[in-house]
Design a binder for this molecule. Structure first.
Ligand code: ASP
Ligand code: MG
Length: 404
């Protein structure tokens, strides 16, 4: 029998009524002839609530204990879901990540999956049960419970689909697919029927919140057939798959944005080998994720280096820079509140002038570009945070993405 993996996000299991709704969907999938594995997130905002409680007790809770705490949210969901399935006359079993064979490294709160042992899963499936796996968690070689980082249930689902060679991995959420832009910002945004793994990776990395970035990397590596769809409707959703000849290669498939960038500039740092390595090494040591980096042309042996980090990483970045700039005897400034707007499209590779058109569109709106970065299928611009929404709408229209 073919295996299907379905993942349900927090909004899809927000209350017991919604849990019953998910139970009905899972039973229907089994009745269609699938062996069914469901990966479930914590109910509603319960992960945030657990996190708040931890921070009421400790400013820096030990990460091992944080994982122990946060992993409970998903266990509540799977246990209730199993009960709901029994009520419908089907059989099910709920499993923690550990019981489901999800092994990770030891990086608490942001662990990576290293292996999936499928023996138990297969036994339970073969006995006719719907198997419910608590998302976002696993077990380390030290036999401690780990979590995979926010949004990690997506990665659990993709990893299980890969290990079980599932026919499809369906990610159920509260939107009915991947859109050309955030519909709350660009009212003309359209749902896409399909995007390539590469496009989805760039979208996830530049602000699209529908899938955790890591889950897309995993899906691409193991060629998992991934689909994003809504648990509140029966709409067909968006396929995330390999780029193929038939796939329409749009020059621009989507416009994404973020509004939580902070810009930092190191002034007149000595222009000699090793300086950038020292600065960014210190940031990496504090787990600061650096996004864009710009180094200006050298003048009289010194140069300015600017880079962006997310707002949440700013305190750690400042701590690192306070020390490093002291050592180097230079100063740094924190720029204004920034955001980033990006255009993504697999067709960009073979189509010149896309970046120029983006810059012109922003210029026509009177929006100043602070920083630029590109990949073969993406152009991103850092701009003032207050102008981000206007920029998204202008680009969405300029690249003819608005609904006809
Ligand atoms: N419950 C976790 C979170 O809120 C994991 C997930 O939902 O995927 O981040
Ligand atoms: Mg999510």
């Amino acid at each position: 029998m073919p295996i299907i993996v379905q993942k349900y996000g927090g909004t899809s299991v927000r209350d017991t009524g919604r849990i019953k709704n998910v139970a009905r969907r899972l039973c229907a999938a089994q009745d269609e002839g699938y062996q069914v594995v469901a990966v479930v997130s914590a109910m509603g905002d319960s992960t945030d609530e657990l996190m708040q409680m931890a921070h009421q007790i400790s400013a820096e809770p030990p990460e091992r204990e944080l994982d122990m705490l946060l992993s409970t949210g998903e266990r509540v969901s799977v246990a209730l879901l199993a009960m709901a399935i029994y009520e419908l006359g089907h059989t099910a079993i709920s499993l923690s990540g550990n019981q489901a064979g999800i092994q990770t490294n030891t990086m608490h709160t942001r662990a990576r999956i290293t292996a999936v042992r499928t023996r138990r899963l297969r036994e339970e499936l073969d006995s006719g049960k719907i198997v419910l796996v608590a998302g976002f968690q696993g077990v380390s070689p030290d036999e401690d419970i780990t979590t995979l980082g926010r949004g990690g249930s997506d990665t659990t689902a993709v990893a299980l689909a890969a290990a079980l060679k599932a026919e499809v991995c369906e990610i159920y959420t509260d939107v009915d697919g991947v859109y050309t832009a955030d519909p709350n910002v660009a009212p003309g945004a359209r749902k896409l029927d399909a995007v390539s793994y590469g496009e989805m990776l760039e979208m996830a990395a530049t602000g699209a919140e529908v899938l955790m970035l890591r889950s897309v990397e995993y899906a691409q590596k193991y060629k998992v057939h991934l689909k994003v769809l809504s648990s509140f409707s029966n709409q067909p959703g968006t396929w995330v798959r390999e780029e193929d000849e038939k796939m329409e290669k749009a020059v621009v498939s989507g416009v994404t944005h973020t509004t939580d960038e902070s810009k930092l500039t190191l002034l007149r740092v000595p222009d000699r080998p090793g300086v950038a390595a020292t600065v960014f090494g210190a940031l990496a040591e504090r787990n600061v994720n650096v996004d864009m980096i710009i180094q200006n042309v050298s003048e009289q042996g010194t140069t300015d280096i600017s880079f962006t980090v997310t707002q949440s990483d700013l305190p750690a970045a400042q701590q690192a820079l306070d020390i490093i700039t002291d050592e180097l005897g230079v100063a740094y400034v924190i720029g204004g509140q920034m955001g980033k707007v990006s255009i993504i499209g697999a067709g960009m590779k073979s189509y010149p002038g896309v970046a120029a058109k983006m810059f012109k569109t922003l210029a026509d709106e009177g929006i100043n570009i602070e920083m630029i970065s590109t990949s073969s299928i993406k152009v991103s611009c850092v701009i003032e945070r207050d102008r981000v929404e206007e920029a998204v709408r202008a680009l969405h229209q300029a690249f003819s993405l608005d609904e006809e």
